[in-house]
Design a protein around this ligand. Structure first.
Ligand code: F6P
Length: 359
């Protein structure tokens, strides 16, 4: 099929590097293939609503400020699954037909969806139902998409978390405190492990490795006996409490999010060690920061590759980063499982080699 027009959308939580992807896609599609590029607003919402929400992209999107901007200028949505979209009074509606119709109305020949594994699942289901030509690009600060060494946005999040530890250390030392930094990552401990090592943490807690409060207390005592009056801990948001439950926050709109494990631990540690402890919950600054050089670079490589995939009629596939280059795999291969930290990961060994407590 001859391609004339493609769509691009960002779906799920934003992160650093999304604009770099859209910029690369736009440039490649226009200059190499002479295609039109339509940026769809707010994920699939832009195709679901009437009038359709979109913006025709042009080379001005390449020459401007986009590569260095955080967030996604197209907008995104975490509002839910279009097959079961929340409407009023706790009811749901299936909007998949509207989205498929929107794709046809916009005369798209193919589309690129940038998302994590949750978004990819939904986009694949839509593509299957409507016979849409779909190519995926993985992004998520959590870095839990399988079959790719990295997803766009992860490196920026690690950088932000490392910077936070850099800023917490002086105040920890000034006040002789234990500073706990709670980071995102959903069920994967990649951000905590990588930033923890880079930022010189003494304790790294990740969901994949079981800890004990007594073990943490013993480690803090050891640090004290070694003559240091302060310590740094980084904890991933999905680390469980001693009762095996995750710490959660309920929002006004009924949504439940991970959060609060840092405060829980601070309290427990104080009771055992009398160490003065303060907690920083890093939150969405991990997502909204200016993208790191590596996220700009990988995002650009993914963008070019995704457009080339369309030109070769390679659909229902996703661009991935393997062995220091971009390639692609079938969508199924990333949807089967989430990539969490392997407790035997060489970086876990590195952390233990540095005397860091992990559990
Ligand atoms: O998946 C990305 C992520 O930032 C997680 O690390 C975090 O748990 C979640 O999204 C937060 O979601 P929201 O933006 O809806 O609060």
């Amino acid at each position: 099929m001859k391609i004339k027009r493609i769509g691009i959308l960002t779906s799920g939580g934003d992160c650093g590097g999304l604009n770099a992807i859209v910029r690369a896609v736009t440039y490649r599609a226009i200059t190499k293939y002479n295609w039109e590029v339509y940026g769809i607003k707010e994920g699939t919402t832009g195709l679901m609503t009437r009038p359709l929400q979109y913006e025709k992209l042009s080379l001005k999107h390449f020459t401007g400020n986009l590569i260095r901007q955080g967030g996604t200028f197209l907008g995104t949505s975490t509002k839910g699954n279009p097959f079961r979209y929340p409407i009023k009074n706790g009811l749901y509606k299936d909007y998949s037909n509207e989205i498929i119709e929107g794709y046809t109305k916009l005369k798209l020949d193919a589309f690129i969806g940038i998302g994590g594994d949750g978004s990819m699942k939904i986009l694949k289901k839509l593509a299957d139902k409507g016979n849409l030509k779909f190519v995926g690009i993985p992004k998520t600060i959590d870095n839990d998409v399988d079959s790719t060494e990295v997803s766009v946005g992860y490196d920026t999040a690690v950088e932000v978390a490392t910077n936070a530890l850099d800023m917490l250390q002086p105040t920890a030392a000034s006040h002789k405190r234990l500073m706990i930094l709670e980071v995102m990552g959903r069920d994967a401990g990649h951000i905590a492990l990588n930033a923890g090592i880079s930022g010189g943490a003494d304790i790294i807690l990740i969901p994949e490795i079981k800890y004990s409060i007594k073990g943490i207390a013993r480690h803090i005592e050891k640090i004290r006996l070694q003559g240091r009056n302060h310590a740094l801990m980084i904890v991933a948001e999905a680390v469980k409490k001693e009762n095996g439950k995750k710490a959660i926050v309920k929002h006004g709109d009924g949504q439940v999010r991970l959060g609060g494990i840092g405060s829980y631990l601070a309290d427990k540690i104080y009771k055992l060690t009398s160490t003065e402890t303060r907690v920083t919950v890093l939150g969405h600054v991990q997502r909204g920061s200016q993208p790191s050089p590596r996220d700009r670079l990988i995002g650009s490589a993914f963008g070019i590759h995704a457009v080339d995939m369309i030109s070769k009629n390679k659909f229902n596939r996703v661009a991935v980063w393997q062995n220091r280059e971009v390639t692609d795999v079938s969508l199924e291969s990333i949807l089967n499982k989430s990539k969490t930290v392997d407790p035997q990961d060489p970086l876990v060994k590195t952390a233990r080699g540095l005397g860091i407590y992990l559990g």
